[in-house]
Ligand binder design. Structure first.
Ligand SMILES: *[C@@H]1O[C@H](CO)[C@@H](O)[C@H](O)[C@H]1NC(C)=O
Ligand SMILES: *[C@@H]1O[C@H](CO)[C@@H](O)[C@H](O)[C@H]1NC(C)=O
Ligand SMILES: *[C@@H]1O[C@H](CO)[C@@H](O)[C@H](O)[C@H]1NC(C)=O
Length: 180
């Protein structure tokens, strides 16, 4: 019945409000690599810790020729004696996605980072693509999530060739002391 879904939705909301101030959610590592520097050049990428709870991610890369055909291969790893594949793996047409947010997982990722980036339009992409002072806000993570350290590995294919990759690790930790 419909009201069951309302209750479930309500429970998820309450859960999220309960943990908003009681989590650690921050970047721990960030690695990028270009595989074709005549198309994509990384000008810089770095993490910077500004407080115990906040780590800023910055990246600036230049697409030297317009890219019309972009696939992203997204895979999430969870740390347990090294990083192991975990739950999500998805290949998405980035140009279609920017018109119509059809992949639910990537939609969550996109909502978390979009306000920090100028890569907020539809294809083609050319020129400097920047993510500036991006930090993780737990309130944007609309799914219940087990505590742990994760890595989001994204491989970017231009015209079906691997052009660059971005691997970002983060911790998500519920703080049980603050929560009670
Ligand atoms: C590298 O990029 C150039 C465009 O600058 C493209 O013509 C070439 O096919 C690409 N090479 C590979 C291996 O993807
Ligand atoms: C990104 O890097 C390019 C090349 O170094 C630079 O010209 C541009 O101003 C940078 N953009 C930002 C927002 O830092
Ligand atoms: C896209 O980002 C640029 C630079 O951050 C901003 O000026 C512009 O308003 C944004 N456009 C949209 C549609 O969000």
């Amino acid at each position: 019945m419909w009201y069951k879904y309302v209750l479930l939705f309500g429970a998820v909301l309450v859960f999220n409000f309960a943990v908003v101030d009681a989590v650690v959610f921050r970047f721990t590592n960030f690695q990028c690599k270009s595989y074709n520097e005549s198309w994509y050049v990384l000008n810089y990428y770095r993490l910077k810790a500004v407080s115990r709870d906040r780590v800023l991610l910055n990246i600036n890369g230049t697409i030297l020729h317009p890219a019309y055909n972009i696939q992203v291969h997204v895979k999430v790893y969870k740390k347990a004696n090294g990083f192991k594949p975990w739950l999500f793996e998805s290949t998405v047409d980035a140009c279609k996605f920017m018109k119509r947010r059809y992949d639910p997982f990537l939609k969550i990722v996109h909502n978390i980072f979009k306000e920090f980036s100028n890569v907020n339009h539809t294809c083609p992409y050319v020129g400097h693509g920047v993510v500036k002072d991006f930090y993780l806000k737990p309130e944007l993570l609309i799914l219940p999530f087990p505590s742990g350290e994760y890595m989001l590995a994204i491989r970017w294919y231009f015209d079906k060739e691997l052009t660059f990759d971005t691997n970002v690790s983060f911790v998500y930790m519920e703080d049980l002391i603050k929560r009670t």
